[in-house]
Design a protein. Structure first.
Ligand SMILES: [Zn+2]
Length: 257
């Protein structure tokens, strides 16, 4: 079995704002939205060697990172994986246009987790930005952010995120549902599953597509950051710290593009 890890470097993204891969009946596209610098402080170096590698790789203390989303489509499914920030929504609309889609065409929005840089495009002006879409969270993620404890959490950031999930529930109503990791997400597109990557958030997931002996892994919505870190390390100080280890520990057999 060969393993492909999708990665979109900023330079590649600037040259080609969309990458496409076909996996059986599914067409998977990486849409580039925007670039921004992140401070290396978000990387959790657990050893002196990792600290040295970070300093060598990012001497300015900044990581030039790109914000990407995925479109998975085929057999009547048009699924968007994550939506970027609220402020990057115009970029998302433009990126969708480049691949022949509008927000009204999206049948599903699947969220890798409930942070604002992934959920922000869902609600615009208090209304559903994807009027025909179902919104899918992992069971653990939805349970976590809708629990009473999150509404009254001591940390303001947690309360803010819980309120944002509440706004999604308000805008999409009974079109919000949850899925179980490790099972096909859509009967119409067999072989596409969500993979438990709890750590970055309690219910964080990556996406995996399998077809005909080939596996395509999509960690953290194709963040190039993960692939640059050798040896693998977590990139967040949030609880549990096990972000994307399952993917990071695999060799990159092929960059894909
Ligand atoms: Zn996050």
């Amino acid at each position: 079995m060969s393993t492909i890890i999708l990665a979109s470097s900023p330079r590649q993204a600037m040259a080609a704002p969309c990458h496409t891969l076909r996996m059986g009946p599914a067409e998977i596209q990486v849409l580039y939205l925007v670039e921004r610098d992140l401070k290396t402080g978000i990387l959790l170096a657990e050893t002196a060697e990792q600290q040295r590698r970070i300093a060598t790789a990012y001497p300015r203390g900044l990581i030039h990172n790109s914000l990407n989303v995925l479109v998975i489509r085929g057999n009547g499914i048009v699924a968007l994986v994550d939506t970027g920030y609220a402020w990057s929504f115009p970029n998302l609309v433009a990126a969708l246009q480049r691949v022949g889609l509008s927000p009204a065409d999206v049948t599903h929005v699947l969220l890798t987790h409930a942070h604002s840089d992934h959920t922000g495009g869902l609600v615009q002006g208090g209304k559903a930005a994807f009027p025909g879409a179902r919104v899918l969270f992992s069971q653990k993620e939805l349970a976590y952010w809708t629990s009473p404890e999150r509404q009254t959490a001591a940390a303001e950031g947690e309360r803010t995120l819980a309120a944002e999930v509440g706004a999604i529930l308000h805008a999409y109503g009974d079109r919000v549902s949850s899925f179980t990791t490790g099972q096909d997400l859509w009967a119409a597109l067999p072989g596409i599953t969500a993979v438990d990557e709890a750590g970055h958030t309690p219910g964080h997931v990556g996406i995996m597509a399998r077809n005909n002996g080939q596996t395509c892994c999509m960690p953290l919505t194709c963040s190039p950051l993960i692939l640059r870190c050798q040896p693998p390390m977590t990139w967040t100080r949030l609880p549990q710290r096990a972000c994307a280890r399952s993917f990071c520990s695999r060799p990159v057999a092929k960059a894909g593009w």
